[in-house]
Design a protein around this ligand. Structure first.
Ligand code: NAP
Ligand code: MG
Length: 400
């Protein structure tokens, strides 16, 4: 069979550890035999980020602005241990943070639902999609350790020379302080992508912050959402038979545990980071969560929501057998290929992405899966496959 032709290359962001191993197998076994793959390759592996003083991360984000669609492998965010392990020049920032700061936008994360992997929360019947604001707050903070007594103030110096001050704390002894920010523009585009996504999915949209405590900062988020809903979306939502619902984050968490699912939960940056790990684990596995960054300018970056699976990689390096789940990384590829097909008008590519997803799901539903799923499945006598064999099983499902 002739391979499917592509027009525009994908931005390919390679990564680290076990996910880098999986990345190559997916390309070799599931993509390249069927698609005449065109990519612009950026190696975001930690070693190469260090060699390029992290310029490669910035370049890959700039390429995404130029080409529109990227697919990203999980990458190490260095901490002190990684600086030593890789002999790094410095503790480079999170690549995801750098990319999100350049592209702006919202990260949508949805569990991949398969028969036989039942949510831990018994009342959840449908997937819950998290919409994570991808700009600012603690991810763009500046922080200080306070060595001893002294006063910390927030000072705003306006371009017109005006000034605003607020006391943060009058320290009697050592402590810590941090400054965070967000932008009306970024919150507005976050709100817009959430309302648009909810309409496209025909699902209710929930939004929650801590506006009772953060009366200016979080309240600004609440107001921007409320105004946009009233002005631009109320009629459209009513026509589509869906709802916009705002509540306090504590209340939202409690309600979600009693809900049936089937809605979109818009979260501020930190809430979305933490809650998506909780949701994906509760839906079955970290490895069954898709993630896409949708920028307000129409750029898309697809990735898996999990990390580089370091523990499995060390086993792999010792020559031991691993059973690492590649589903979320496969869905990052299918998401990117499908979007490229839609943008470039290549229905065969869209169709291929859909078929690869179906083959992945039906392989699991036929009882062949990786260890993380075999441990929790309700299917009788599942077959636990190793990392490579699972991908090969998907290939044979796809080919049949
Ligand atoms: P992780 O890679 O998400 O893995 C944590 C644990 O979850 C694994 O040890 C494994 O449990 C399970 N798991 C996650 N993904 C799995 C998969 N695909 N198949 C099977 N099991 C899976 O987090 P980590 O090991 O704590 O972090 C490793 C590195 O990832 C860190 O350097 C961090 O900076 C980076 N990270 C990157 C991203 C990103 O690029 N998007 C996101 C998060 C973390 P068992 O060991 O029990 O099998
Ligand atoms: Mg996280």
């Amino acid at each position: 069979m002739a391979k499917i032709e592509m027009k525009t290359p994908l931005v390919e962001m390679d990564g680290d550890e076990m996910t880098r191993i999986i990345w190559q197998i997916i390309k070799d076994e599931l993509v390249c035999p069927f698609v005449d793959l065109k990519t612009e390759y950026y190696d975001l592996g930690l070693k190469h980020r260090d060699e390029t003083d992290d310029q490669v991360t910035v370049d890959s984000a700039e390429a995404t602005k130029r080409l529109g669609v990227a697919v990203k492998c999980a990458t190490i965010t260095p901490n002190a241990a990684r600086v030593e392990e890789y002999g790094l020049k410095q503790m480079w920032k999170s690549p995801n943070g750098t990319i999100r700061a350049i592209l702006d936008g919202t990260v949508f994360r949805a569990p991949i639902v398969v028969k036989g992997i039942e949510p831990m929360v018994r009342c959840w019947k449908k997937p819950i999609t998290i919409a994570r604001h991808a700009y600012g707050d603690v991810y763009k903070n500046s922080e200080l350790r306070i060595p001893g007594p002294g006063k910390v103030e927030l000072v705003y110096t306006g371009a017109d020379g005006s000034e605003q001050r607020a006391l943060v704390h009058d320290f009697a002894g050592p402590g810590v302080v941090q400054g965070v920010h967000n932008l009306d523009d970024s919150i507005t585009s976050f709100a817009r992508s959430c309302f648009e996504y909810a309409l496209a999915q025909r699902q209710d949209l929930w939004f929650a912050t801590k506006d009772t405590i953060s009366k200016t900062y979080d309240h600004r988020f609440k107001d921007i959402f409320a105004d946009m809903y009233a002005n631009d979306y109320k009629d459209k939502f009513e026509a589509a038979g869906i709802e916009y619902f705002y509540t306090l984050i504590d209340d939202a968490v409690a309600r979600i545990m009693r809900s049936e699912g089937g809605f979109i939960w818009a979260c501020k940056n930190y809430d979305g980071d933490v809650m998506s790990d909780m949701l994906s684990s509760a839906f079955g596995s970290l490895a069954m969560m898709t993630s896409v960054l949708v920028s307000p300018h129409g750029y898309f970056e697809y990735e898996a929501a999990h990390g580089t699976v370091q523990r499995h990689y060390y086993k792999y390096l010792k020559g031991e057998e691993t059973s690492t789940n590649s589903v979320a990384t496969i869905f990052a590829w299918t998401g990117a290929l499908r979007k490229r097909g839609e943008l470039d008008g290549i229905p065969e590519l869209v169709d291929f992405a859909n078929r690869l997803e179906k083959a992945t799901i039906s392989t699991i539903e036929s009882g062949r899966m990786t260890g993380d799923l075999a441990r929790i499945t309700t299917l009788p006598e599942p077959t636990k496959l190793n990392t490579r064999d699972f991908i090969l099983a998907i290939r044979s499902t796809l080919e049949s």
